[in-house]
Write a protein that binds this ligand. Sequence first.
Ligand SMILES: *Cc1c(COP(=O)(O)O)cnc(C)c1O
Length: 294
Amino acid sequence: MTIYSRRPSKTIKRDDLLHPQISGNKWRKLCYNLSDAKQQGKKTLLTFGGAYSNHIYAVAAAGQLLGFKTIGLIRGEKPAEFGATLRFVKSAGMELHFLSRTAYRQKEIPKIINQEKCFLIPEGGTNGLAIPGCEEIVDEVLEQMDGKAPDYWCLSCGTAGTITGVISGLAGRSQVLGFPALKGDFLKDTIIRLQKEFNLAEQHNWQLITDYHFGGYARFQPELIEFMHSFYSETRILLDPVYTGKLFFGIFDLIEKNFFPKGANIVAIHTGGLQGIIGFNERYGTKLPDETDI
Ligand SMILES: *Cc1c(COP(=O)(O)O)cnc(C)c1O
């Protein structure tokens, strides 16, 4: 006799294990950009990001590893003291320029930078070349599951490049649930715009779950932190508080609320971002487990 469980089966795609520094979806989004930069003979990578950005961190690490000079244009005033992310990127040789919020919004490149020599990667690494990299997440999961696509693919969203690639890779199969790490419903339009911009087929098998931003980008509430501690003590898998912590909190909450049909298979994509935990603990006095704990 088979006893069907109400509880869905859960699988985690561990992209956090791809590389200790160029982790998760940032590696997926960078990989074809880096080979294009090499082919074009560019020696410098130029990109944008916040002072705690996983993308800035990944670009600095990739540049150091592969022999590119890197320049980071950072949002906001130069802080009196650097947080963990900026300390790392500086030690990896990244040249930093701090832009006012207005200049950053307009993606102004300081005049002293010779743009001709640079390979420009947008904020978060989301561009057309990021898409094939993210499509490969789908290929790898399907390969491990003997071609049988899970019913639900859950992942965290920031600039929505990763989810756009995953939707494209699935080509209409399964349901994709995006959990925005930011407040607001604008990401829906972003995904539709990216699909047009990158000439991808329009798909409808996705939706955004907008209830788990915990107040907005890099905001949190005690229940999120509590959940992350208990998730870690049960699984020994680290989550970051900005993206994947909120994603996993949301998935578990939806399971409790019987959102998923009986017997559904869920795959959660662990997009990495663990470097950010140390800086988060420094800023907010939280004591989340970080990479030094494993
Ligand atoms: C950057 C990041 C995201 C968001 O990816 P987008 O492609 O910008 O939507 C999700 N998870 C982690 C861990 C990240 O670092």
